[in-house]
Design a protein around this ligand. Structure first.
Ligand SMILES: Nc1ccn([C@@H]2O[C@H](COP(=O)(O)OP(=O)(O)OP(=O)(O)O)[C@@H](O)[C@H]2O)c(=O)n1
Length: 398
């Protein structure tokens, strides 16, 4: 196969490959960029594989960064763009594909390609747009199939994260999983124990918010990958609801909130769950807010003050979660009510603690209680957000 008209991102990178070839080396575009080109998807970065050793790459280009020189990767800065150039290699026992523990440089492209994860990721392309396809990756793209290169068991022993990548690509690309590859995941799911939570989390999130998340999630459960991730072991019955949802999440906050709700985690366990998945504090805090507001929404019509306290972002995130979970709520009414609130943040209140002290209140905890009460009355529309009205109202306390 030959691509006649390469997109600009490849044309911009072509001089880098030309330079390597002129110096007597082989050089190819490899990995996700070639896959995404064939699929017609957006190409976010270009990876290059070459027969040149890292030192040789460094000698050819003016601006380079030693990204992972021991492992064969040099970043080249060229015309304002950056390219990761990796020497043809095989590796084993690595935690990170870009940082394998043991690297052996190999002489040719085919040796490099045969240790890549899936056939669709094992394509290479030269600057003339000719596709080099040793494992029928093009056929699998056509068939919409995720299939390991060669023996799936070997591929998963080299890097067990690839099992999560398989379900992630299923979700993102809406591809099926080839039977032998699926069986190998089921047989080897225990290997996922060796992989860092951060790497598993990144793949899990990509899977969970991908366009075919429900089908991929089902395979994540049936292959028992779910048994090897934090807090999911023994919970497949609860998680089986996910593939049956009417919609699936497109936002990470919604994904975590939905998982927590399906797992029926009590509120005081959410923090522990989010920490176990090594989520950021910001994500943890927002998910806690969303899940507790979801509880309020499930029980009653929230008061104006509930809407004020939760704020716009959390309100919209919770509406998204309720919608995905099929909770019957009138989101338009909720949003309209929120938009009609007299104030939307404490900053908008015309008085503050200092105002109360000047009015004759003593500093102390009581002040906070009165301030809160005023805020609530203003939000509920019982008291106008106006200093004279508020002064009249607080007189009863003086
Ligand atoms: N565990 C891994 C990770 C990556 N790769 C190879 O390295 C390439 C680049 O990997 P990466 O940038 O992580 O993913 P992409 O496939 O490019 O996908 P995306 O960038 O869309 O996540 C992959 O295509 C694949 O050939 C691999 O064989 N095994």
């Amino acid at each position: 196969m030959k691509i006649d008209k390469l997109p600009k991102i490849f044309l911009d990178a072509a001089p880098v490959l030309d330079k390597l070839e002129e110096a007597g080396f082989e050089a190819y575009f490899v990995g996700g960029s070639v896959r995404d080109l064939i699929l017609g998807h957006h190409i976010h970065d270009i990876d290059i594989a070459t027969s040149a050793y890292p030192e040789e790459v460094k000698n050819l280009f003016v601006k380079t960064i030693d990204t992972g020189i021991k492992h064969g990767t040099v970043t080249v800065l060229y015309n304002g763009n950056s390219y990761e150039i990796t020497t043809f290699r095989t590796e084993s026992g690595y935690q990170d594909f870009r940082r394998p523990d043991h690297v052996t440089f190999v002489q040719n492209l085919s040796e490099d390609i045969k240790r890549r994860d899936f056939t669709i990721n094992a394509l290479a392309m030269n600057t003339r747009g000719e596709i080099i396809d040793f494992y029928d990756g093009l056929g699998d793209i056509d068939k919409q199939l995720i299939r390991a290169v060669g023996d799936p068991v070997q591929r998963f022993h080299e890097d067990a994260l690839r099992m999560m990548r398989a379900v992630r690509f299923m979700s993102q690309l809406k591809f099926k999983l080839e039977d032998k590859t699926e069986q190998a995941i089921l047989d080897n799911h225990l290997l996922l124990k060796n992989i860092s939570i951060e790497r598993i989390r990144d793949e899990f999130v990509k899977m969970g918010i991908g366009s075919n998340a429900r089908t991929a999630f089902e395979v994540f459960l049936t292959t028992k990958l779910s048994e090897e991730v934090p807090h999911f072991a023994g919970k497949s019955k609860l998680l089986e609801v996910f593939p049956k949802l009417q919609f699936s999440p497109t936002e990470e906050t919604s994904l975590w909130s939905i998982i927590i709700i399906l797992l029926k985690l009590p509120n005081d366990k959410i923090h522990e769950f989010m920490r176990a998945w090594k989520n950021s504090n910001a994500m943890t805090d927002e998910v806690e807010r969303v899940v507790s507001f979801f509880d309020i929404l499930s029980e009653k019509t929230p008061s104006d003050y509930d809407l004020f306290k939760v704020g716009k972002t959390t309100l919209l995130n919770t509406i998204d979660v309720a919608h995905i979970l099929g909770q019957p709520i009138d989101s338009k009414v909720l949003v309209d009510r929120y938009l009609a609130l007299p104030i939307k943040s404490t900053d908008e209140l015309v008085i503050d603690g200092r105002f109360l002290i000047q009015a004759g209140f003593k500093p102390g905890p009581q002040l906070g209680v009165i301030l809160e009460e005023i805020k609530e009355k203003v939000v509920d529309g019982v008291l106008e957000n106006n200093q004279d009205e508020i002064s009249l109202y607080i007189n009863k306390y003086l």
